[in-house]
Ligand binder design. Structure first.
Ligand SMILES: C[S@@+](CC[C@H](N)C(=O)[O-])C[C@H]1O[C@@H](n2cnc3c(N)ncnc32)[C@H](O)[C@@H]1O
Length: 255
């Protein structure tokens, strides 16, 4: 199989397109994978386990606690405080990587309402390896610097590691799912979906699939949060419309 075909397979499966600017990067990743496992590109597609490993190796999973901090704080003040009044609500981190976004959301909730039990924060990702890290909730101790001082009470630093405290883990869960797949994204009645730094390399066709999934996973008037530099064009206004109450734009589900 040549690189072009491989690129199309990855696009179809994950939504991410390695365009002309990034095809070299894909080549490097593929070569390093085939060398590491001593396999050919064709073999990757004949073996489900290898295919999962391969997809893991090409997905970008960079993340941090309280990433885009100002946007998170605006979300907390404008939307989260209102949500806390509900008897039960769910928030999703779609494309959660190793869980830092989901845990940051859970920390903000417990800081505002320490005994909160009527909430579920769900991290969803395609990659099983990042999900295992997320479920463990153990990171390098240096990551403490990413956590604003007021939220450091939710983690314990011990022997070079940072542990997410049990009360935070209790309201957080991690599940595998593919945001562009109709069959592999069964989530319902979420009030908010965070999907930040995931759709950057999505084509419009795959973005529509993801937005349709988010639309059906959100309850009426649910909120979608993209990264501050990401935008949804007018052509998707049948699904989401922008809402700007403060510095950042959030997206509201069209009912
Ligand atoms: C760059 S990380 C972003 C993590 C986090 N949202 C943040 O902003 O810090 C992107 C994550 O999206 C996941 N991802 C990419 N395509 C996906 C898809 N089709 N379905 C689910 N997750 C996907 C990747 O595995 C990766 O963990």
């Amino acid at each position: 199989m040549n690189l072009e075909k491989l690129r199309e397979k990855i696009h179809q499966f994950t939504g991410n397109l390695y365009d002309e600017d990034r095809i070299k990067l894909l080549e490097v990743k593929v070569n390093s994978f085939t060398r590491k496992y001593g396999v050919s590109i064709d073999e990757i597609f004949q073996n489900n386990e290898l295919f999962d490993l391969f997809i893991d190796s090409i997905l970008v999973n960079e993340t941090s606690f309280f990433r885009h901090r100002e946007q998170m704080f605006e979300f907390r003040d404008l939307y989260l405080k209102e949500l806390l009044k509900k008897p039960f609500y769910k928030i999703m981190s779609a494309g959660c990587s190793t869980g830092k976004e989901a845990y940051s959301l859970a920390m903000m909730i417990l800081d505002l309402k320490p005994e909160e039990k009527n909430v579920r924060v769900t991290g969803v990702d395609l990659s099983s390896s990042v999900l295992s890290v997320a479920r463990e909730g153990i990171y390098e101790s240096s990551k403490i610097n990413q956590i604003p001082t007021q939220y450091r009470k939710f983690v314990t630093v011990k022997e070079g590691k940072l542990y997410i405290n049990e009360n935070v883990k209790k309201i957080t869960e991690f599940k595998q799912g593919n945001i562009i797949s109709e069959d592999y994204f069964h989530f319902k009645n979420y009030s908010v979906i965070f999907c930040r730094n995931v759709i950057i390399y999505f084509t419009k066709e795959k973005l529509r699939k993801a937005l349709k999934n988010f639309h059906s996973s959100l309850s009426k008037s649910g909120i979608l949060v993209l990264a501050p530099t990401e935008k949804i064009d007018k052509e998707f206004s049948d699904l989401f419309v922008p809402e700007k109450k403060g510095r950042f734009t959030f997206y509201r589900r069209v009912n």
